[in-house]
Design a protein around this ligand. Structure first.
Ligand SMILES: Cc1ncc(COP(=O)(O)O)c(C=O)c1O
Length: 357
């Protein structure tokens, strides 16, 4: 672990809160930010004193390497409030481990665990009014690291900034989602950075996703780069397929993000006697299951929406419409179970909740 120079957070509080200007019933995802932000600079081989300041623009040199080489990683997590005002995170250790796994792949120094948790919990306590109780309400938390060296040489930076910003959120995807199965473009390749939450992974998806949207699809389901025959994951979600009464999801690899929602759902399936196979699945198997009537559901799984039911997929210019979901669909059952755990409404036998006290 990287050497740490000091522990105490230097806090400057916002003089006035922006909260009264926010319409919490009509939030657009990721547009509104809370009153404070956390940051910590890496200089001369050490993480410096962590700071919390009022949220706002900051000054970075135009030559900073993040702008030129995309040396940046991030995380996405949520805080929830129960009806008694308790604030909870969901499996934050996993986000902490993953940001450092991503950082390592991008040659970024690891961030210390105690800074991450102290920064996160201090920030959440300062901005806790921004977390609204009730199902579907949450505070989306975005930790990220950027390379800040003022130098345009194509080499890893010597200096970095780790930050956490927070944005109040309602349920992310509204309604069902239609997806296009990728045949031309790829999200990631063997030996690449697909498993990391590297900023560039997302930039590279925008153009193919725009093309899909022009055809009336909201998302792309990525296939393996070599053959485009195996189903991998969606833009910001892992994917599950229900054939008969069995769920199937692709194994993680260096091409696929090891989603926290995905791994939690696999566990919930085990807890609730729902068969879930983790194995490679081919597009042909999906089309075959559709044709013989055994394909019952497809859904995406990720922090933003928990579960997003998919209503149709397109492959080679044929659109396959899926049956409508109902309260007995696996997506409905599993989503409710996850939300109940996240919102402190159900037993948490795997200790996934982390109370912010
Ligand atoms: C590419 C990708 N796959 C899957 C996921 C789902 O991961 P998680 O459940 O940890 O949010 C995300 C979102 O974070 C993602 O960006």
């Amino acid at each position: 672990m990287t050497k740490v120079s000091t522990y105490e957070i230097d806090i400057v509080k916002a003089q006035t809160s922006k909260i009264h200007d926010v319409d919490f019933d009509n939030l657009t995802f990721g547009r509104v930010f809370t009153d404070h932000m956390f940051y910590c600079d890496f200089i001369d081989g050490e993480w410096q004193q962590p700071k919390i300041k009022p949220y706002g623009p900051m000054s970075i040199d135009p030559s900073a390497r993040v702008f030129h080489y995309g040396q940046a990683v991030f995380e996405g997590m949520k805080a929830y409030k129960d009806d008694h005002g308790g604030v909870f995170l969901f499996r934050p250790d996993e986000n902490f481990a993953r940001i450092n796994k991503s950082a390592k792949r991008l040659a970024i120094p690891e961030f210390p665990k105690e800074y991450f948790f102290e920064g996160l919990t201090t920030l959440l306590k300062l901005d806790k009014e921004w977390i609204k109780s009730g199902e579907g309400n949450s505070l989306y938390i975005r930790p990220f690291v950027i390379a800040t060296d003022s130098a345009i040489a194509a080499a890893p930076s010597d200096n970095y900034r780790f930050m956490i910003i927070c944005s109040p959120a309602k349920a992310y995807y509204k309604g069902t989602v239609k997806v296009l199965i990728a045949e031309q473009f790829s999200r990631s390749a063997n030996g690449g950075v697909g498993f990391a939450k590297a900023a560039g992974n997302y930039a590279a998806q925008f153009y193919p996703t725009n093309l899909a949207q022009e055809k009336g699809f909201q998302q792309v389901i990525w296939t393996d780069a070599d053959t485009h025959t195996f189903l991998e994951e969606a833009g910001t979600m892992n994917v599950f397929f229900r054939i008969g009464d069995t769920l199937i999801t692709a194994p993680t690899s260096d091409r696929i993000l090891d989603g926290i929602t995905r791994k939690s759902l696999i566990q919930l399936c085990e807890d609730n006697a729902i068969k879930c196979d983790v194995r490679p699945i081919k597009v042909d198997e999906l089309v075959e299951a559709y044709k013989n009537g055994s394909l019952k559901e497809i859904f995406g799984a990720g922090t933003a929406a928990v579960i997003s039911p998919i209503s149709a997929f397109e492959h080679r210019d044929t659109v396959y419409n899926l049956p409508e979901i109902n309260e007995n669909s696996y997506s409905s059952i599993l989503k409710q179970k996850m939300l109940n755990i996240q919102h402190n409404l159900a037993e948490d036998k795997h200790n996934w909740r982390y109370e912010v006290k």
